[in-house]
Design a binder for this molecule. Structure first.
Ligand code: GAL
Length: 511
């Protein structure tokens, strides 16, 4: 359906049913959190026996790929300042903290022959500090950081990577299964397709990208099955995977536009959803057909898209207790026949042309515009095509340049919360929401220019001083009240934030 229709129907229903006036509320057990990832915040890149990761290696060798030449050597220095991070979580009053473990910090070679006790001690301390204040740890095992040593062995294109990841996951599960109940195996397997990201197999040849996708998905399933077998019964934790689930919407209501948008959805997200959540399993048929066609044209005797064996299919199907949804924006897709419009957008073998709504609010990041209806529509699409998956929004965020008075971020958060509440009302099973990010951090090749934080970080100060933005106070208020308070505002120029007793009170109530 044309996006404008959706917006129109929304406003019509709002007007006729009094939806606009209705005060919606997040349920009492809805979980609010914030997210970060190891490379983007930790620093301490070679401290206490940490091994090199592909991002360490890449940005040391090619500092010029980052817009402002900043790398993750120090970042927010959370390796030393984690107690301040937890203090910020307490100030916000969040239920959970989603952070990632750096594989090469705990297993410097990537393989389980060497365990770095000092590296594990860092996560022991962080997790214990969270639990001390009743904040739920949500751990991502892989957020784009492969140990460099494994990259030298072919990285995710080596079939053994599935075993390497399972061994690593096994070490982490063994250590933390009694303390951590929410696990995310892989953050955005679509990283295999990202031309900006190392190992950059994606842009060097379209062969490596799909092999990476196959192995990273199998690695996820292997970790899921290991937890299921060894820990699930005893510890009752949940294991999921986080996918990039932005919406690809047709640019207008022509059938060709809708068909092109659907193809884009299959390449951008079906590739990862289908093997785990569809009844038939495996890669989506439209992706199979298209890659086979293009491969043939290129002279390959066989499609570049690998297949799953029956056994692999079985391991993958149903291998997630929840779907981690990373949703930032919406792209409007043109029919493929229109070659001279919009912007070229590469997703696998599909060269689509996209645009964004002209009037949509723009963030600091060039790819990011606000289209809250897209979150609603993306949720309903998931319900329809993947049978109402259990969802946790593991990332959603907005970038600004700098400054504490970030009213733009607050507006975007409000609008997306409204869309989320509507999606829940219309049947979407969403258990929690996590804002990206707790604080400004190293935004990959965009360096420290694009700031997603609820807390501003002064990267030039010795202590990487973190200061609450106005949005931090807005989020805190939303978490406390569980409603979207349109009238909320504050005068205070310092945006002073104090520790909330919300989680400690909850602990007391539970006892
Ligand atoms: C996500 C990624 C995060 C963060 C965010 C904002 O795709 O998982 O690490 O960088 O985008 O761009």
């Amino acid at each position: 359906m044309d996006t404008r229709w959706v917006v129109f129907i929304f406003s019509l229903l709002s007007a006729t049913c009094g939806w606009a006036e209705k005060q919606r509320k997040f349920k009492d057990d809805f979980l609010f959190g914030v997210s970060t990832s190891a490379y983007q915040i930790e620093g301490g890149w070679n401290e206490d026996g940490k091994g090199e990761s592909i991002w360490d290696h890449h940005l040391h060798k090619h500092p010029e790929v980052v817009i402002d030449f900043v790398n993750g050597d120090v970042a927010c220095d959370s390796y030393h300042l984690y107690k301040r991070d937890v203090e910020m979580l307490r100030e916000l009053g969040v239920d959970f903290y989603r952070f990632s473990i750096s594989w090469s910090r705990v297993l410097p070679t990537g393989l389980p022959n060497t365990i770095n006790e000092a590296g594990f001690a860092y996560y022991d301390n962080l997790i214990d500090e969270l639990l001390k204040y009743n904040i739920i740890p949500m751990v991502t095992l892989y957020h784009f950081e492969l140990p460099q040593r494994l990259q030298l062995l072919g990285g995710w294109s080596n079939p053994l990577s599935v075993q390497w990841f399972q061994d690593y996951a096994g070490q982490v599960f063994k250590r933390y299964a009694n303390k951590v109940k929410y696990w995310i195996t892989i953050n955005q397997p679509s990283v295999c397709m990202e031309p900006y990201a190392p190992p950059a197999l994606g842009d060097e040849d379209a062969v490596g990208a799909y092999i990476c996708v196959k192995h990273i998905l199998l690695a996820h399933a292997a970790a899921y099955r290991l937890y299921e077998k060894e820990y699930k019964k005893k510890y009752k934790g949940q294991v999921g995977i986080s996918l990039s689930l932005n919406l690809y919407d047709p640019v207008d209501n022509r059938t060709e536009s809708e068909e092109a948008a659907e193809r884009a959805r299959q390449f951008a997200s079906g590739l990862y959803l289908n093997p785990i959540w569809s009844k038939e399993g495996g890669f989506p048929s439209v992706v199979k057909e298209l890659v086979a066609k293009v491969s043939k044209k290129e002279g390959f005797p066989k499609s570049r898209l690998p297949e799953f064996t029956e056994e692999e299919n079985k391991a993958l199907k149903g291998s997630a207790d929840f779907l981690g949804m990373n949703h930032y924006t919406t792209f409007l897709v043109y029919p493929e026949s229109e070659k001279n419009v919009g912007e070229l957008w590469y997703i696998g073998d599909l060269d689509v042309r996209i645009t964004r709504g002209e009037k949509w609010e723009e963030a600091m990041s060039p790819w990011l515009k606000s289209a809250p209806y897209g979150l609603y529509k993306a949720c309903l699409y998931l319900n329809k095509h993947y049978d109402y998956p259990q969802i946790i929004i593991t990332e959603h965020g907005w970038s600004t340049d700098t400054g504490l008075n970030d009213t733009g971020r607050i507006t975007v958060m409000k609008e997306y919360f409204k869309a989320l509440l509507l999606a829940i009302e219309d049947g979407t099973e969403v258990k929690g929401y996590s804002y990206w990010s707790l604080m400004d951090n190293l935004e990959w090749i965009s360096g420290i220019m694009e700031r997603f934080g609820l807390y501003e970080v002064d990267f030039h100060s010795e202590n990487k001083t973190r200061t609450a933005r106005k949005s931090a106070l807005f989020y805190k208020h939303t978490i406390e009240k569980k409603i979207i308070d349109e009238s909320w505002d504050i005068d205070d120029k310092d945006f002073k934030i104090e520790i909330s007793d919300r989680r400690m009170k909850k602990k007391k109530d539970e006892l």
